[in-house]
Write a protein that binds this ligand. Structure first.
Ligand code: GLN
Length: 223
């Protein structure tokens, strides 16, 4: 059994929990115990994975500071074998740098070698849905689906402007109107980030991928 904690501050944490349960069922034999993270006592070494959902990164950051969760969460994320997934605002919190701002005022978990633009696609009104291109073959295979596309829901979404280390693997890109592409999902070691919201779709490929990251990591440290 693997234990996954979901940070429950704002955003679609309930949908993440539902998607995790569905993904685990599809993976046969994987038992996932999903718990809430609302205070520092919920961040324990019993957890194998943590999801930091979307929302508003400044508000989440303030919540973490006020509830003295910033340091416990940061050390957990950096802990041996711990797997973390940040969606949207979670991607911003995991980045070592955000555009125009070197960690100024806002909590950053300082984990991923990425430079993230917080509102890359514009304001809330510019939110959209679009097919993105998955570039990692592990994510492409799903029963009944051999597509390298994923229907992404982008809500005042961030994007990765730049990766600053070769350890960061790009997992998905989105084509822009001018034919350029922008990075919308990446992985570095045990950290995964997506600028869109897979929990708001029926497609569980990203949740399965995350569970598989957790399983791999848990096996390697013999839990
Ligand atoms: N762009 C938002 C921020 O700055 C994140 C939006 C989201 O999580 N849906 O925090």
């Amino acid at each position: 059994m693997i234990n996954i904690g979901v940070l429950e501050v704002q955003g679609a944490f309930l949908e993440h929990k539902i998607s995790l349960v569905r993904a685990a069922r599809e993976l046969n034999d994987v038992i996932v115990n999903v718990t809430e993270i609302r205070n520092p006592s919920h961040i324990t070494d019993d957890l194998h994975g943590i999801i930091i959902p979307g929302g508003e990164s400044t508000a989440i950051s303030l919540f973490l500071k006020r509830n003295e969760m910033e340091e416990p969460l940061r050390s957990w994320v950096k802990g041996n074998g711990h797997v973390t997934w940040g969606t949207c605002a979670g991607m911003i919190l995991l980045a070592k740098e955000t555009e125009h701002q070197k960690n100024g005022g806002q909590v950053s978990l300082m984990c991923m070698d990425t430079i993230v633009s917080r509102n890359y696609f514009g304001r809330q009104i510019n939110s959209f849905e679009a097919d993105l291109t998955i570039t990692d073959s592990d994510l492409i295979s799903k029963p009944g689906c051999i597509s390298d596309l994923f229907h992404g829901v982008f809500i005042r979404a961030p994007a990765i402007l730049k990766t600053t280390s070769d350890d960061v693997k790009v997992l998905a890109t989105l084509q822009r109107g001018d034919n350029s592409t922008v990075i919308v999902a990446a992985k570095q070691g045990n950290q995964l980030c997506t600028s869109f919201h897979p929990e708001l779709t029926e497609d569980t490929r990203w949740h399965r991928y995350f569970i598989q990251m957790v399983l791999k990591s848990s096996n390697s440290i013999n839990i």
